[in-house]
Design a protein around this ligand. Structure first.
Ligand code: NCW
Length: 457
């Protein structure tokens, strides 16, 4: 990485993070790897969805993406230049089991073997996410996450991965943001597989959770010591306590309570009652889902602002949210239109450690999309830099308040395929020119390198 600009933060020692705090960055397989047909990879629901007209901006697909499958040595070098301690990446299930079941594809396993070796060679700790949304299409053809069997297949795949990487990977995350898989995938249809059937989305959520629990059992039996799940959580801001509680239930507690308390929240069960009789929950499921975990991964971007409004139809991403309106917040917005409200991160972390004590937390994603431009080989992404600065201050405030926060992983290392938004939204701290695949660290990356070096702001 060229030294384009150096940020000399005042070494005031005012905001020092705890010793051993883990600094890193995150990505996901379909968003960066490309090589969609290489080495025996099978199709995933995102290959199918991105080829369905009208689903992804400008018909973009992950066919090439950042070509990380071939360029991973350069990407690992960039991480090294930034001084990152850890790198969170996801494994493409259809590279490992092209049909979602059966024996592993050796060439798929080899790729992750090479990646982990490269990381270790660079002194970077790998953090594996087993599922970041790219379900093998064959499993979707059999019902996807609405089918209980998908949970069983997921645990088998988890065991395959542990047997190959478990000697070098200590930290395992089962699912990334199961809320998105269930409710963007099966209720609103904004994400793959694009189904708009709110009545099955709660079964999908349950089978995702069951898959998580079965995978924890499989990983634990194989010897894994650091296992977690990553949830996208959002504090809910409202002048109306009932509206706030409805959305908090459908966004946060629907996943937190089963995993960390072994039960579904009664109000959520009742609200979803108009769609489902919950008969997909079998005896013993909640014991499986609430297997102890070692770490809770928190993805935080923004709070949700809601208000009660009689007659308001349900928001398609929150089936059962009739009577709740989403007016948006009076705050600056990122290129995604997401409000910038760092205080929400402090609130969320403090609330988690209060309501669900005993599980260490790690921020597995936090970051922002902005419309960046490269000027003379530099990207002056002041908006992102200030977003990250504000959120690190917010995370620090939570630590000061007693929260057991172990690390921070910025989303994302690279600009990448931003799902339904295609390549037009850029979350990276490193810019990617999709014509040349040239990587250019943005000002935010150079600033982050200093944060990591100083372990503080
Ligand atoms: S889409 C999304 N993201 C972004 C993505 O790049 C990453 O893979 C995810 O883990 C950044 O972080 C997560 N999150 C969910 C966005 C929800 C959008 C809801 C739209 C409601 C109308």
């Amino acid at each position: 990485m060229s030294a384009q600009k150096s940020y000399n933060l005042q070494d005031s020692g005012v905001l020092r993070f705890p010793e051993g705090f883990v600094w890193g960055a995150a990505t996901a397989a379909y968003q960066i790897e490309g090589a969609a047909r290489d080495d025996g990879r099978g199709p995933s629901i995102w290959d199918t969805f991105s080829r369905t007209p009208g689903k992804v901006h400008a018909g973009h697909t992950g066919d090439v993406a950042c070509d990380h499958y071939h360029r991973y040595p350069e990407d690992v070098r960039i991480m090294g230049d930034l001084g990152l301690h850890a790198y969170r990446f996801s494994i493409s299930w259809p590279r490992i089991q092209p049909d979602g079941a059966g024996p592993a594809n050796p060439r798929g396993l080899d790729f992750y073997d090479r990646l982990v070796d490269e990381l270790q060679g660079g002194g970077i700790t790998p953090i594996v996410t087993l599922y970041h949304w790219d379900l093998p299409q064959t499993l979707e053809d059999r019902g996807g996450w609405t089918n209980r069997e998908t949970a069983e297949r997921f645990a088998e795949y988890a065991a395959i991965m542990y047997s190959r990487l478990g000697d070098r990977v200590e930290t395992w995350t089962t699912l990334n943001e199961p809320w998105c898989s269930a409710f963007l995938g099966y209720a609103s249809g904004i994400h793959a597989p694009g189904r708009t059937e709110p009545e099955v989305s709660f079964a999908a959520a349950h089978h995702l959770l069951l898959g998580h629990g079965l995978a924890v059992q499989a990983l634990r039996a194989a010897g894994a010591s650091q296992i977690g799940i990553t949830l996208n959580l959002a504090p809910v801001l409202s002048d109306d306590a009932e509206a706030a509680s409805i959305v908090d239930g459908l966004q946060n507690r629907i996943f937190l309570d089963p995993v960390l308390r072994g039960e579904y929240p009664a109000d959520v069960v009742e609200r979803a009652g108009r769609f489902t009789d919950w008969s997909f929950v079998k005896d013993g499921d909640l014991e499986i889902i609430s297997q102890p975990i070692d770490l809770l991964g928190v993805n935080y971007y923004n709070p949700q602002t809601v208000t009660g409004r009689a007659g308001e139809p349900a928001n398609p991403v929150y089936p059962g949210s009739e009577g709740v309106a989403f007016p948006g917040a009076d705050a600056p917005k990122t290129a995604m239109g997401w409000p910038v409200q760092p205080f929400g991160l402090t609130d969320l972390l403090v609330r988690l450690s209060h309501d669900y004590p005993g599980t260490p937390l790690i921020i597995t994603e936090n970051g922002a999309a902005f419309d960046d431009v490269v000027e003379d080989g530099q990207v002056h992404d002041v908006g992102r830099l200030s977003y990250l600065d504000g959120h690190l201050r917010a995370a620090h405030a939570a630590i000061e308040a007693g929260v057991d926060l172990r690390g921070y992983l910025v989303w994302s290392l690279l600009d990448n395929f931003e799902w339904a938004e295609g390549y037009r939204k850029r979350f990276g701290v490193v810019h990617v020119d999709y014509n040349t695949q040239r990587r250019t660290p943005k000002d935010s990356a150079l600033w982050y390198r200093e944060v990591v070096r100083r372990n503080g702001l």
